[in-house]
Each structure stands twice: as C-alpha cells, then as structure tokens.
Design a protein. Sequence first.
Length: 199
Amino acid sequence: MRELPKVTVKLTVDAGAEDQEVFRKHGASGLREVQICRMTEEALEQGGVLTQEDIADILQVDVRTIRRTIKQLQERGIRVQTRGLYHDIGPSISHKAWIVSLYLDYKTYSEIARTTRHTTTSIKRYIMDFARVVLCIQKGLNLAETAHIAGISERLAREYAGLYLRHNTPEHAERLQDLITKASRNVASEEQKGGLAVS
C-alpha cells in the first residue's frame, strides 16, 4: 500500500443539518451508511479511492463495523468503492443513481427517504442533477459539457445518462416528462439570474 500513488481529497464528514436529520430518523447506523456512500463517491470524483481503514479512522469506528456496513449496502445493490473492492465492483450502481431510479419507478420522496436513509433535501438534489443531465442529453451535449453544466463529475453524468437510457420507456414517460418540465423551469429561472446556460 505504501508504494501506491496517493492523492489528497476533500471529504464531507459532517453535512450539518442533513446528517442530523438522518441521525434522528435512522440512528447511528443509518448515518454511517450515508457518510460512507458520500465519502467514497467524493474520493472517486477527485481521483482517489479510500480504504476501509481510512473510513474507519475518519468515522472513529472499528474497521469491522465499516466492513459490515459496506456489506449491508452492497446487499441492497449500492456500490461502495473502496480500495479493496474497486476492481471487483459488478453491475451495481451508486447511491445517487439508486435514489433517482427509485424516483423514476414512481416512489414518493418519503418512501425513498425511508428506504435509502437519505434526507428529502439530498434526494431532491440528486433528482434535479439527473434532470439537468437529461436536458443536456436532449440538447445533444457531450459528457464533459453535461457534467460541467449539471455541476457533477463525468462519472456520475455517465451513470445518469445510462439511467436515462434505461428508463426512457413508455412506462416511465410520465415521470420523466414531469422531471424535464421542472428542470426546464429551474434552468430558465437560473438563466434569468445569470447562473446557468443550456442552449
């Protein structure tokens, strides 16, 4: 491990009010799940991969607790990419894409919050990011442009684009159209404020 290249990453250990809400609703184990998902994805977006020991040190818990939590997340189909698992990840998806897919399958915000242990605020943010990606795809923008405009990593933009392709069906048409309408309104509002351009 000492010979492997290292990068410095900035991680959100405590997301303030959002984490407090998760803790109140789901306790310490629910909060730990959210923190692990968030930090491993933040590290990946910055070109790094955390070890399970890194996470244990950051969260000040035993590494066995981290292993158990990651195993539980993976059993629910959530991708958690740590150094030991990075190359062994199969067809699982990130927690953000999982949340968006639940929304596309007509789950309510409260159902998604209960299932994923995320706050309604973060759920809405992931869904809006996905909607921006869909707008960019419909405008014919490439992946780099899409990621830049949506304010997300290219990796997540690629995952959201794949999610859109899989859900661009008659069964999901109503939900997608509703999302596109909301996102278009948000984009128009932000363009008026001078904050975003998708043309």
